[in-house]
Structure formats: structure tokens, C-alpha cells
Design a binder for this molecule. Structure first.
Ligand SMILES: Nc1ncnc2c1ncn2[C@@H]1O[C@H](COP(=O)(O)OP(=O)(O)OP(=O)(O)O)[C@@H](O)[C@H]1O
Ligand SMILES: [Mg+2]
Length: 207
């Protein structure tokens, strides 16, 4: 496929434990273009580890190994940590399973979304604020101005996930990794949040 965005070949994630090595991911291979691909598996089967591996975010003592992780034809395994920081959140974004661990409790939502944008673009403070408000509107937050000035603990679960999605999409990544971004929500809110994400991903032609 000529328009492959990401191609993972023979990915392994291992954890050394007292009782020997645990293979969390065993030789998975897949590729993704500008399309939606789902990875399904029971709890503990290695979905989150697979997502984190793409961004090289496996924490010690975990170890990740692969033949290659090609993104836009370049092998991310050859990248330095500095180069990876430019990829994360900019070229490839990841919505984590639990947004509570991804938002900083001591900063307002608006500040965090603006920072995500300003880290990767030359947006001025004003442009960043404008962009953040538009993005909050795009994820159908009813009162963007108010939410902009809120702290994470002042949001409901569904709002928190929408904020996370806004933060991950504002840099216009080529690839979005969503790790059960709605599993903490009740079913009707899940459907809504997934529909919003689906729409934005399609409109922007992301993988
Ligand atoms: N620090 C660790 N030490 C040993 N094993 C670990 C460690 N962290 C994760 N694992 C193992 O890695 C495996 C894969 O975990 P992962 O979080 O990827 O599962 P998952 O498919 O995302 O599950 P869920 O659906 O519950 O989110 C699990 O079996 C887990 O026990
Ligand atoms: Mg998981």
C-alpha cells in the first residue's frame, strides 16, 4: 500500500519478573493508512502496550523490541529521544485510557491545550487561545470559555475525555492512537464522544 502511515513489524514487549519473563506483546505486526483500525482483545492482552510502543513510551523494566516501526517510511526505532519528542503529540497523538492521569491537576484546561499547541507550532498566545476555544467547540463542549478556565477536577468524566481529545487533535497529528478513550464513561456518553472523534478524524484525513 502506497499510503501506509504506520507499519509495525514483529513487535514484542517483555517484562522481567521474579518468576521469569512475561511476554506482554508477542510478535504483533500490522499497518495503518488514513483509515480507522481497531485492535480488540481481552483485558491484559497487550493493547495499551502496543499503543505505547509506537510512541516508545514503555517504562522500565518493560522492554520493547521490533523489527521495525515505520512511520511515514522512517523507522522510529532509529530515532533519538529528542526526535521522538517531536513526533509525540505532533505527528502522532495518543489519547490514553484514563484522562485523569494525562491532565495536570494544577493547571487550567485552557493552559494545557494552549501549551500542547505552542510546543509544536509558532502560534502566539492569542492564536493558541483562539485555537483552543475552537477545538473545545469542535468536541462539542457547550461552554468553551468556562471550560477553558476550569481545572481538571471541575470537569465531568465525559468533559475530561472531550478535553483530552481536543488536546490531542489540536496539533493536527497524522495519526491518532486512541486507547479505549471512552471506557470510563457510560454508554450514551461513549457513543457521543466516539462519534465526535470519528467525525474529526475523518474530516482531517487522519489515520
Ligand atoms: N510492570 C509490569 N510488570 C509485569 N507485567 C506487566 C507490567 N505492566 C504490564 N504488564 C503486563 O502486560 C500485559 C499487557 O498489558 P496492557 O496494559 O497492554 O493490556 P490491555 O490489553 O491494554 O488491557 P486492558 O484492556 O485491561 O486495558 C498484561 O498482561 C500485564 O500484566
Ligand atoms: Mg489497556
Amino acid at each position: 500500500m502506497s499510503d501506509t502511515l504506520l507499519s509495525v513489524e514483529d513487535l514484542w514487549v517483555r517484562f522481567p519478573t521474579r518468576n521469569g519473563t512475561v511476554d506482554a506483546v508477542r510478535g504483533i505486526s500490522f499497518s495503518v493508512g488514513r483509515e480507522r483500525v481497531g485492535i480488540v482483545g481481552e483485558s491484559g492482552s497487550g493493547k495499551s502496550m502496543t499503543g505505547r510502543s509506537i510512541l516508545r513510551l514503555i517504562r522500565s523494566p518493560g522492554q520493547m523490541e521490533a523489527k521495525s516501526i515505520l512511520f511515514n517510511g522512517e523507522n522510529l526505532l532509529d530515532y533519538s529521544e529528542k526526535q521522538m519528542r517531536k513526533i509525540r503529540g505532533h505527528q502522532i497523538s495518543m489519547v490514553m485510557q484514563d484522562p485523569k492521569f494525562s491532565l495536570n491537576p494544577v493547571h487550567t484546561v485552557g493552559k494545557q491545550i494552549c501549551e500542547a499547541l505552542r510546543l509544536h507550532t509558532k502560534a502566539s498566545r492569542r492564536e493558541a487561545r483562539q485555537g483552543a476555544l475552537e477545538m473545545l467547540e469542535a468536541v462539542q463542549i457547550r461552554n468553551p470559555e468556562r471550560v477553558f478556565d476550569s481545572y481538571p477536577h471541575e470537569l465531568s468524566g465525559g468533559m475530561g475525555q472531550r478535553v483530552m481529545i481536543a488536546m490531542m487533535l489540536i496539533t493536527d497529528p497524522k495519526l491518532l492512537i486512541a486507547d479505549e478513550p471512552t471506557s470510563a464513561l457510560d454508554v450514551t456518553v461513549q457513543m457521543k464522544v466516539l462519534a465526535i472523534m470519528d467525525k474529526l478524524v475523518q474530516e482531517r484525513g487522519m489515520g
